[in-house]
Design a protein around this ligand. Structure first.
Ligand code: UDP
Length: 427
């Protein structure tokens, strides 16, 4: 018997170009890869996303048993997540109409990010199906910074604007109403349980995965090959790498300041954004100039994920100076390629980066602290060799096959619970 999943990714398509805009990054990868893994295991997955381009086909098969279905809701143009709430109900209605015309009903509703969950919740109720959701980011948690504990009480929060107020209120309702909230770390689970008064059975820790076949350390001379291919000859000058969306939450300014303070004259590669005309790239270039490191900082723009292993192999360390990360996929990808990670000890990063084992954690997020720790790493070849050796083994537990098994197991538990509840309600 086949199992069908209705997967919701309202605000961004799982096949969008990654890292170029602020709206396509880890969540897109997660939905694409999880769906691929579920399809590989025999499930049928329909991913519903909003139309942001009039030319996108209505239905595309993106991997075995996985379809991407593009629904018109609001104007067929890119819109920021903050402008999408008014189109959620229309999106829901269109998915309902589409599902009504299908031969087989769905067995599970799985949503990503609060907008998708807001669209999926009424459908799960109408179809009498379990609803699994994953927030990826939670408004009340993402403002959290080191030294600034998040307000964990259930007391009303003074919203910054109307859209934020709607999001905060919706996230609370969704967390309580969904059958299960998937969190990527135990730490996030604890925070959500306290924030919304959830029981522990209401959350399930399932980390994000990594494609261990695509992200590999390569052979002994692959580092030199990768450097040459990227035009990074220059013998032994260390290379630091940043990969991600050019969003203020990623702390790129702090990273530039750290490089300027370092004793080692390292080069820095900032992968992400659009080097042709992206104002954020221009701003960061100007910042590098003002800090006197323009010669050493390069901004190649976003690169396709298939080319990233070459960047990870060419570098000496990946630096993640984020203010907040719910998980931090780039850290896992770098480690899978044998690259140590220097990261702020925020959000989910400490669950991936172990201080002194596969990388270094910066507990007090400042340019001085980052500069000091990166200098220490680059100056200690024994430490560097140890971290490199332990990098890949430390992330083998994030293999997508294992993660897929855990999601299938959750679906199974929720389906059995739903059946039991249906039987009980007959008496
Ligand atoms: N990414 C990419 N090309 C880029 C920049 C980023 O393919 O130029 C991918 C990267 O491989 C990772 C994802 O985007 O899988 C970013 O995920 P992460 O969890 O690090 O950050 P998020 O976007 O979720 O904040």
């Amino acid at each position: 018997m086949c199992f069908r999943v209705a997967m919701f990714s309202l605000h961004t398509s799982p096949i969008a170009q990654l890292g170029r805009t602020r709206d396509a990054g880890g969540m897109n990868v997660y939905i694409r890869e999880l769906s691929r893994e579920l399809g590989r295991g025999g499930m049928y997955v329909d991913i519903f996303t909003r139309r942001s381009d009039p030319h996108t086909p209505f239905i595309q098969t993106i991997s075995d048993r996985v379809r991407l279905i593009t629904m018109t809701a609001g104007p067929a143009e890119p819109l920021p997540p903050g402008a999408l709430y008014p189109y959620v109900a229309e999106f829901s209605r269109r998915v309902a109409r589409f599902a009504g015309g299908q031969e087989h009903p769905y067995d599970m509703v799985h949503s990503h990010y609060w907008l998708s969950a807001a669209a999926a919740a009424p459908l799960a109720r109408a179809w009498d199906l379990p609803h699994v959701t994953m927030f990826h980011t939670v408004e009340r948690l993402k403002g959290q910074q080191q030294g600034q504990p998040v307000e964990m009480s259930a007391a009303p929060v003074a919203p910054r604007d109307h859209a934020t107020a709607i999001r905060i209120e919706s996230e609370g309702r969704i967390a309580v109403g969904a059958n299960c909230v998937i969190v990527s770390t135990e730490h996030e689970g604890e925070q959500l349980r306290r924030l919304y008064g959830l029981s522990s059975s209401h959350t399930r820790v399932i980390p994000c995965g990594v494609d261990l076949r695509a992200f590999t350390p390569g052979g002994a001379d692959d580092r030199a090959v990768a450097r040459r291919a990227l035009g990074l000859d220059g013998a032994d000058t260390p290379i630091l790498l940043f990969v991600g969306r050019l969003d203020p939450i990623k702390g790129i300014d702090l990273l530039l300041e750290s490089v300027a303070l370092m004793k080692t004259p390292a080069r820095l590669l900032v992968v992400g954004g659009d080097p042709a005309g992206d104002p954020e790239v221009e701003r960061l270039r100007a910042r590098a100039e003002a800090l006197g490191i323009a010669e050493r900082a390069r901004f190649p723009g976003a690169v396709p994920q298939s080319e990233l292993p070459r960047y990870y192999r060419a570098a000496d360390a990946l630096v993640v100076a984020s203010r907040y990360e719910s998980f931090g996929l780039v850290a896992v990808e770098a480690l899978a390629c044998g690259l140590p990670v220097v990261a702020s000890a925020v959000g989910g990063l400490p669950s991936v980066v172990r201080d002194g084992e596969n990388g270094l954690l910066v507990r007090w997020r400042s340019a001085e602290a980052f500069a000091g720790r990166i200098d220490a790493l680059l100056g200690d070849s024994a430490l560097m060799a140890r971290l490199r050796a332990q990098a890949r083994p430390s992330v083998e537990r994030f293999d997508w096959r294992r993660i897929g098994d855990r999601v299938r197991d959750l679906y199974q538990t929720l389906s059995v619970e739903a059946e039991r509840a249906a039987v009980c309600s007959c008496f």
